[in-house]
Design a binder for this molecule. Structure first.
Ligand SMILES: [Zn+2]
Length: 257
């Protein structure tokens, strides 16, 4: 049972109890309003705080005993950007995971094939990645995920099991869609903020200052500041006594059907 289900049951029990007490003993109505606001606030935080596993189980890190970290790239493949990332990864012989947007996979078949052929993982990151993704019905979300799976399968021959929710947002509809295929929902433990941090020095400091075994770092294909520090970052990780391994190895989980 999800934390959302448990919270909802507790809320309903307490809410019903308060209504009875309100009728019989006239408690302040503000108590009941406060309870409803608290319930809504918990759900809101649960939507945006992916690693809380509130609506669905989310894996945000690997084992601390792994002695390793993984790096992941969201929102690609993007011609003119992703190739440069692949060149750096190849140079350092590092394998990464790419959480791809379905329509971009279909538009960039040869680039997607290159990601796969060079030994990197492909994960599902929705088909359109629109702002309205989370507002759709579970059926619509499920269809989007299937379309992305199909795009990846038709390109690489493999159907992904790893799904990273767009914007890191989950809710009951996303949770229901995810359960239909039993995806492993992937979060992160190190959020680089590479789409907003333009300073190379600040970005490097942010992702390295607390890096520890088991960490999953999230980058974005289109970040120029990330690309600028990627070689330095990859070279720095071993100096912390850490390896960089592919996400499925770090999590000891199957990335494909
Ligand atoms: Zn994204």
């Amino acid at each position: 049972m999800s934390r959302y289900s448990v919270t909802s049951i507790v809320f309903l029990v307490v809410f019903t109890g308060m209504l009875v007490v309100y009728k019989v003993f006239t408690i302040p109505i503000a108590w009941i309003i406060g309870l409803v606001i608290a319930y809504l606030a918990i759900n809101l935080v649960g939507s945006f705080y992916l690693s809380a596993s509130y609506f669905v189980r989310v894996i945000s890190r690997g084992s601390p005993s792994s002695g390793a970290i993984s790096i992941t790239f969201d929102d690609g493949p993007i011609v003119g950007k992703t190739e440069k990332i692949l060149d750096v990864l190849n140079h350092y012989k590092v394998k990464a995971a790419f959480f791809c947007i379905g329509y971009r996979v279909q538009q960039n078949v040869s680039l997607t094939t290159r990601i796969h052929n060079e030994g990197h993982l492909l994960g599902n990151h929705s088909y359109w990645h629109k702002n309205t993704f989370d507002w759709q019905s579970a059926k619509k979300i499920s269809e989007e995920l299937k379309e992305t799976d199909t795009a990846i399968r038709e390109t690489t021959g493999r159907s992904p099991l790893f799904f990273r929710p767009p914007f890191g947002v989950t809710n009951p509809m996303v949770a229901k869609a995810v359960r239909q295929k039993n995806y492993t929902v992937i979060g992160w433990s190190v959020r680089s903020f590479d789409t907003v941090i333009k300073s190379k020095k600040k970005l490097f400091q942010r992702i390295t200052r607390k890096l520890k075994p088991g960490d999953v770092v999230v980058f974005h294909d289109y970040s120029d500041s990330m690309l600028a520090i990627l070689p330095e970052f990859i070279a720095h990780v071993p100096t912390l006594g850490l390896k960089i391994v592919r996400l499925d190895e770090l999590l000891q989980a199957n990335a494909y059907e």
